[in-house]
Ligand binder design. Structure first.
Ligand SMILES: NC(=O)C1=CN([C@@H]2O[C@H](COP(=O)(O)OP(=O)(O)OC[C@H]3O[C@@H](n4cnc5c(N)ncnc54)[C@H](O)[C@@H]3O)[C@@H](O)[C@H]2O)C=CC1
Ligand SMILES: CC(=O)C(=O)O
Ligand SMILES: [Mg+2]
Length: 477
């Protein structure tokens, strides 16, 4: 029986057992015959007729956990009450909370943090709006905003279901870069309503991180907000992904020793991430990029309903190739997937040029199973944290906002993004660089500091910084 090759994890099976009928030996052999390892057994409650026990089992991913649940529920005297894995347990009650910087200990404190004292602070801000940066959370707080329409690669799963991702992004902002944030999911897909809502709540925030809003609406939403707000607005799926991709590619090319201007790159998924990643590669010097979406290569001989694809056709596909992914990937040096699971085959990789670079970045399931691809590629990366070379926007967004907030940038511009990409790439030294280490780990504590310093420097050079930072507060790049 196949149990798949998912990541090993612990699950807790809560079982209600009929004391007259059940046999623990039977449960244990059922679990071990199906490839699970029992780690522990806890009695939760017990009476004359039933006992409830939590059995902690090591399994190989979700499919395996479901299989064990099905097998055990068939045993006599056993009722499966619940199966929780550690991932679900980490989400119980949500993943973040608000915290106080000082506690209100007495009446005097109360009169300072709240009325009447707070009124003087409000008046000071009303008279001089800039003071919001020194007297409120605005200085260090951003909003992480989604409408739930393109959540990871799960598609349009709605605002409530998008929350765990937005909470996760907030955790990462705080832990990696000490940026405070609020996850906000909007119950509307209407472009104008999203723009209006974000503008309405913007005064509280020092920046807006847009997340998982589907293309093409995400382009207009971001463009309009950038024009109409004076704080940085950054669509992470476009620009965060593009920055990290460029960093990974620069380092992968150091391994294959190919010139960036000579490579042929094939993209799948010409949505938010695909278009932004294409643009950053073009600005970095790549000349031959072919984008493939559901109906094949994007070319210049048709008029697409999606105006962004018509623009895309104008700036890519120099030979105006047509056809499926398998047809256009022949001879390519690099494959970049920001589309959907399982659409790249081993045969496709075999048709690529020597030393293929494959970045299969769809989440949570990449365009090809890394284990299938690995023997045929020179450099392989995915968006996942359980394989080497995680090309994920988490390497970018904490540091880029840390830098933008610190120098009070009015926007995050192209120069700041390219500086961030080079900073991420530079974390991997020549001695460290290898096929399985083209991109630093999320936990490498030099990443955020380097990105922050590069972003602050670029913001000053391009005139968008509104606050001086002493050089001593920046790391060497
Ligand atoms: N590793 C990372 O850091 C990131 C990964 N992603 C992943 O990239 C994927 C796309 O994300 P977004 O651009 O935000 O979504 P999006 O919805 O804006 O774009 C997805 C595009 O992929 C296309 N597509 C879907 N199935 C396809 C198929 N079978 N063949 C070719 N094209 C196909 C869609 O038509 C659409 O144009 C998701 O899986 C997401 O998780 C996105 C952002 C960051
Ligand atoms: C990583 C991320 O932002 C995504 O997959 O959508
Ligand atoms: Mg995303």
């Amino acid at each position: 029986m196949s149990i798949g090759t998912g990541t090993s994890t612990h699950i807790i099976m809560r079982l209600q057992l009929d004391v007259e009928v059940f046999s623990f030996g039977e449960i244990a052999s059922c679990i071990s015959n199906a490839g699970g390892d029992i780690i522990g057994v806890d009695v939760i409650s017990s009476n004359k007729t039933h006992t409830v026990r939590d059995i902690t089992v090591n399994v190989h991913g979700l499919k395996h956990s479901k299989l064990l649940g099905d097998l055990i529920s068939k045993l006599k005297g056993v009722k499966v009450l619940q199966i929780s894995d550690r991932t679900f347990l980490m989400h119980l009650g949500g993943k973040i909370e608000t915290a106080l910087k000082t506690r209100i200990k007495n009446r005097e404190d109360l009169a300072r943090v709240y009325t009447p004292g707070v009124a003087n602070v409000c008046t000071a801000i009303a008279e001089e709006p800039e003071k919001a940066y020194s007297l409120t959370i605005k200085r260090n707080t951003i909003a992480v905003i989604s409408d739930g329409t393109a959540v990871l690669g799960l598609g349009n799963i709605g605002p409530a279901a998008a929350m765990p991702v937005m909470e996760g992004k907030s955790m990462l902002f705080k832990q990696l870069a000490n940026v405070d944030s609020f996850p906000i999911c909007l119950d509307t897909e209407d472009t104008e309503e999203i723009i209006r809502t974000i503008k309405t709540i913007a005064p509280a925030f020092g920046g807006i991180n847009l997340e998982d809003i589907s293309a093409p609406r995400c382009f207009e939403i971001e463009e309009r907000l950038k024009k109409e707000l004076d704080i940085p607005v950054f669509h992470d799926d476009q620009h965060g992904t593009a920055v990290v991709l460029l960093a990974g590619l620069l380092n992968a090319l150091r391994i294959t020793k190919k010139n960036i201007e000579d490579i042929k790159v094939v993209f799948t998924g010409i949505g938010a991430a695909g278009i932004a990643c294409t643009k950053i590669l073009l600005s970095a010097g790549v000349r031959n990029i072919i984008g493939v979406d559901r109906n094949g290569a994007i070319h210049r001989d048709v008029q697409y309903e999606n105006k962004y694809w018509n623009q895309y056709a104008e700036i890519t596909n120099p030979d105006n190739l047509k056809g499926s992914l398998s047809e256009v990937i022949a001879g390519a040096d690099v494959f970049i997937g920001v589309s959907a699971p399982g659409i790249l085959t081993v045969a496709d990789i075999k048709s690529m040029a020597k030393d293929p670079i494959v970045f299969a970045m769809a989440n949570p399931e990449p365009e090809i199973d890394p284990e299938l691809a690995e023997p045929y590629v020179r450099v392989l990366a995915t968006g996942r944290s359980d394989y080497p070379n995680q090309i994920n926007n988490v390497l970018c967004f904490p540091g880029i906002f840390r830098g933008a907030l610190d120098c009070r940038a009015s926007e995050i511009n192209e120069e700041m993004k390219v500086a961030a990409a080079k900073a991420i790439a530079s974390v991997v030294s020549d001695e460290e660089l290898s096929e399985s280490y083209v991109i630093p780990s999320v936990f490498n504590d030099r990443v955020v500091e380097k990105v922050r310093s590069a972003v602050v420097k670029a913001a000053h050079e391009t005139g968008v910084a509104r606050k001086e930072l002493r050089a001593a507060n920046l790391v060497n790049l």
